[in-house]
Design a protein around this ligand. Sequence first.
Ligand code: IPE
Ligand code: IPE
Ligand code: MG
Length: 257
Amino acid sequence: MTARPSVHQAATADELLARLRVHGAVPRHVAIIMDGNGRWARERLLPRPLGHRSGMKAVRDVVEGALAAGVEYLSLFAFSQENWQRPATEVGALMSLLEEYIAREVDELREQGVRVRVLGDLARLTPPAARAVERVVGETAGNSRLTLNLFISYGSRAELVRAVRAIAADVAAGTLAPDEIDDATIAQRLYTADCPDPDLLIRTSGELRISNFLLWQIAYTELFISPVLWPDFGRRELFEAIVAYQSRDRRFGRVTV
Ligand code: IPE
Ligand code: IPE
Ligand code: MG
């Protein structure tokens, strides 16, 4: 039995970009769980860190694709809180790659109008990685064409626990009454406070799970699972996901006939 070809299989990145521009609304906020670097390396009998290195090139291509498509917010899950439990050599390689990515890309990101933010428990980063983060955030703070949220040392439950503690502290201090707490009270205390919720969440490598990413924020986000391993993902695959998103009917619980 042959696999059913994807509708857009033959389309090039430029054709898909032209199509998504005609189709209509581009998602304002695209979030991506960048998964599959290890499997990409294993398929080539390479060590896992080389998969991560290849994944860095995919980040560059996808950022350029997001700029070309007119996406306003791009959220990339780069390293989860649970990923700290990986072998020290792999964690070390990922921290070094973060520094390398920033050193290589900071000028171009700044020139392209990208504002970079790094969201997560940054106290756990190695000092050189923390310095690199501070640099890219500082040097791109004045930009507004695309906000690139890099989630590093991030876990959604930990983010929610942090928000609950902040709310409890306000209640204990008498500055917030329990019956004043609503959706916004919580949303404002998340790392994503000033971002709209993602319109589209892409996970690469075919895994059908969320892995503790943006649990609160994705309540009504459209999901797109790509079979492509992250190092092979690029602007073409991003455009394909956006074209698919544009054919969805977002009902938010209502009836839209
Ligand atoms: C994603 O690739 C990158 C990180 C989670 C840091 P993986 O390293 O999870 O790759 P697989 O899932 O083992 O293929
Ligand atoms: C999710 O991928 C985290 C990132 C992409 C950074 P994982 O590879 O860590 O997720 P699981 O372990 O397969 O759920
Ligand atoms: Mg994985």
